[in-house]
Design a protein around this ligand. Structure first.
Ligand SMILES: Cc1cc2nc3c(=O)[nH]c(=O)nc-3n(C[C@H](O)[C@H](O)[C@H](O)COP(=O)(O)OP(=O)(O)OC[C@H]3O[C@@H](n4cnc5c(N)ncnc54)[C@H](O)[C@@H]3O)c2cc1C
Length: 413
């Protein structure tokens, strides 16, 4: 058995960022991933300014492509709204990168930082000491001894599940499909989102679509819908994606959608049991995805940094993370996630968008409301922001959190 200070399970953005941060904190690190190097991941590939900021904080700008975007253009119900990324803490640079490339680059950077990266090497179980701490991560290549374990195994979190991670499907979650389409407009510097999607017969469908230019001759085109167990979205996302591509084909001179894949997205911290004495879940494994836009790369990077800060500090102040980690997640994201989850739940009522859409996207709504909404959708309000939108968001967040005090939010079981 080879031993490490920290074993990271999963080499997505959260896992690779954790490995790099842990190496910089002076720890001996191993990363294991089920998939081979350069694996694909179903995603919109969008990098908000918040994600770009986190990459810069980690000095990982090398993982960023040259392509930059300036913000969001929202379309639907007879209106179109342009919402530039607001200047502020995170800066105004957004980007986008196909995940096979982005994640592959981050994993290579983890390897060149000195972490031992094992591909095609799933973590299949854990060994525990008498004190309940994980002592080793079991893999087909043997047991990796571990002082700390960071679990970054994504949305289904198979390793996290073995440790007791539970996803609450009664809370809002996303279902989404993505594809790649060739276009001559892949340098377009705006991310586009359509909130009015129709089928062949022109009937409005639940959900939204996106076109995220990648600057490489293609766009990532996808669509998604919000769902709860009580109100499951009755939509075939792959079929809807085909209709959506047909709707925007002429405007974007699109080729056929290729590499169509779909996935689920647990969101807004709706999971329990995210930490034990010497392990914690980060990124999608901890459902750190914005319920209003399905974005989670930024939170994956941030939670990786937070996790390493805690374990680097842990031998002194936090020898047991079971309660410390959920507390830290709640402190940082709790109010915003509960509020966003509550708003997203409203969107699961099929009547809501056709009623509110025209008001929001046209006239005064379009001019004043949507830029603020785009800032919220881009995860771009910080705790420090004190402008009107931020103050309203914070106040609503704390009231809704008080009203929904019993909602699942990273609770220890
Ligand atoms: C359709 C769709 C569109 C999205 N669009 C966007 C977007 O535009 N922008 C954005 O920011 N976010 C988006 N997201 C969310 C984003 O994809 C995730 O938040 C992000 O991938 C989280 O990164 P992660 O490192 O936590 O998990 P992942 O990227 O899923 O990485 C987890 C890794 O763990 C590995 N693994 C799993 N089990 C094991 C095991 N037992 N042992 C070892 N390894 C294991 C997997 O192989 C994988 O490589 C989208 C999601 C979906 C589904």
């Amino acid at each position: 058995m080879k031993s490490f200070d920290c074993v990271v399970v999963g080499a997505g953005p959260a896992g690779s960022a954790a490995a790099i941060a842990a190496r910089r904190a002076g720890l001996e690190v191993a990363v294991v991933d089920t998939a081979p190097a350069g694996r694909d991941k179903t995603c919109g590939d969008g990098l908000t300014p918040r994600a770009v900021h986190a990459l810069k904080e980690l000095q990982l700008d090398a993982a960023l492509p040259a392509y930059r975007n300036k913000g969001l253009k929202l379309h639907g119900y007879g209106g179109s709204v342009i919402a530039a990324w607001p200047s502020g803490h995170y800066g105004t640079e957004g980007s986008a990168s196909p995940r096979s490339l982005f994640d592959g680059t981050l994993a290579s950077l983890a390897s060149s930082s000195g972490a031992e990266v094992f591909y095609e090497c799933p973590a299949t179980g854990a060994e525990f000491g008498a004190d309940g701490r994980i002592t080793g991560v079991i893999t087909p290549r043997g047991v990796l001894g571990a002082r700390w374990v960071i679990v970054a195994d994504g949305v289904r979190s198979p390793f996290g599940k073995q440790l007791g991670r539970t996803w609450h499907r009664g809370e809002v979650y996303g279902i989404a499909a993505r594809s790649y389409c060739a276009t001559p407009f892949s340098d377009e510097p705006w991310m586009h989102s359509h909130v009015e999607l129709r089928d062949d017969e022109g009937v409005i469908q639940p959900g939204y679509g996106w076109i995220f230019p990648l600057g490489d001759g293609t766009v990532n085109l996808g669509c998604g819908a919000l769902s709860t167990d009580a109100r499951p979205a009755k939509v075939n996302t792959k079929k809807l994606l085909g209709h959506y591509a047909d709707q925007v084909r002429d405007e974007w001179q699109l080729g056929q959608p290729e590499h169509v894949t779909s996935a689920l997205l647990p969101m807004g911290g709706a999971v329990s049991n995210v930490a034990g004495p010497n392990w914690m879940l980060v990124g999608d494994a901890a459902a750190c995805v914005n319920p209003l836009n399905g974005e989670g790369i930024d939170y994956g990077l941030e939670t990786a940094i937070m996790a390493v800060d805690l374990i680097a500090d842990a031998s002194g102040r936090h020898p047991d993370l079971t309660l410390v980690w959920p507390h830290e997640l709640r402190r940082r994201y709790g109010e915003a996630f509960v509020l966003a989850r509550t708003l997203a739940r409203v969107l699961t009522y099929p009547q809501f968008l056709p009623l509110a859409g025209p008001m929001a996207l046209r006239g005064l709504g379009g001019r004043y409301l949507m830029p603020a909404a785009a800032r919220l959708m881009g995860n771009l309000v910080t705790e420090e922001d004190r402008d009107l939108v931020a103050r309203v968001w914070h106040a609503a967040g704390s009231s809704v959190s008080r009203m929904r005090a019993d909602t699942p939010l990273w609770d220890p079981v």
